[in-house]
Ligand binder design. Structure first.
Ligand code: DX5
Ligand code: ZN
Length: 215
C-alpha cells in the first residue's frame, strides 16, 4: 500500500520545512486539500500554493478538489507533476467530460465519493478513471473519526473492480491511522491519505514503513 500525507494537518505557515520533512519519511506522495468554502464549509488554499510547493520538493503531488467548480481548477494545476487530480462526483453534472479535460492536461483523473454518495453514482466513469477516492469522513476538516460503514463500500468497490477487470486504484481519505491500515489493505485499498494521525505521530517514518509493507 502507498501513503499520501495530507498537509492540511501540517503547519501550513512552514510548508517548505514540512515538505523537506515529508521527503525524509519516505512517503509516496503529498496530498493537497483544495477547499473553496462553498462545496465544503472550510477554505484552505488554491493552485498558487500548490505551485509554490512544487519548488520545494520532488515528491509527486496528489490534489483533492473540494470545490463547486472543479473544471475551473484543471488548467491552473497543469505542469506541477500532479499524479492524481481528484474531483468530487457531487460537484459535477458532466463527469466524463471533466475526466477528458484532466487527461488532456496530462494528469490522471480520480473521482471522489462522499460517505453518503452510493457507488452507483460513479459506475459509468469507473472504466475512465485512474483512481477512486472513497471519503471515510465528511470532507472539510482533518482529525475526524473514520466512518466504519465505509469498509463495506470499499469491499463492494474492490469486488466490482475484480469482476469487471478494471485497473483503477482505490484510495481512502479521512480518519486513517495505524489501527485501521491493516484492515484497509486487506480489503483492496492501494493508497491511504493520512492527516492528523500522520502529523501527530512521533515516528512518521515507521508509519510509512508499516503502510508500505502492506500489500
Ligand atoms: C478531509 C480531507 C482529508 C483530511 C484527512 O476533508 O479531504 O484529506 O486532511 O485528515 P485526517 O487523516 O486527519 O482525517
Ligand atoms: Zn483529502
Amino acid at each position: 500500500m502507498r501513503i499520501s500525507p495530507s498537509i492540511l494537518a501540517a503547519d501550513l505557515a512552514d510548508l517548505s520545512t514540512c515538505l523537506k520533512h515529508l521527503e525524509g519519511t519516505g512517503c509516496d506522495m503529498v496530498h493537497f486539500d483544495i477547499m473553496d468554502g462553498h462545496f465544503v464549509p472550510n477554505l484552505t488554499f488554491g493552485p498558487p500554493l500548490v505551485k509554490a510547493a512544487r519548488r520545494h520538493t520532488k515528491l509527486p503531488f496528489d490534489v483533492h478538489l473540494m470545490v463547486t467548480n472543479p473544471a475551473d481548477y484543471v488548467e491552473p494545476l497543469t505542469g506541477l507533476d500532479i499524479k492524481l487530480l481528484s474531483f468530487q462526483i457531487e460537484a459535477t453534472r458532466f463527469a466524463p467530460r471533466l475526466i477528458s479535460l484532466i487527461r488532456e492536461h496530462d494528469m490522471r483523473p480520480s473521482v471522489v465519493l462522499n460517505p453518503q454518495t452510493p457507488l452507483t453514482a460513479v459506475e459509468h466513469v469507473l472504466p475512465l478513471v485512474a483512481n477512486v477516492l472513497i471519503m471515510s469522513v465528511d470532507p472539510g476538516f482533518a482529525g475526524q473519526p473514520f466512518i466504519e460503514q465505509m469498509y463495506a463500500k470499499i469491499e463492494q468497490l474492490n469486488a466490482y473492480r475484480e469482476e469487471n477487470e478494471l485497473v483503477f486504484t482505490i484510495q481512502v481519505d479521512g480518519g486513517v491511522n495505524q489501527n485501521n491500515i491493516d484492515e484497509l489493505s486487506a480489503i483492496g485499498v492501494d493508497i491511504v491519505v493520512a492527516g492528523k494521525a500522520f502529523f501527530t505521530c512521533p515516528q512518521p517514518e515507521e508509519f510509512v514503513n508499516r503502510v508500505q509493507s502492506l500489500a
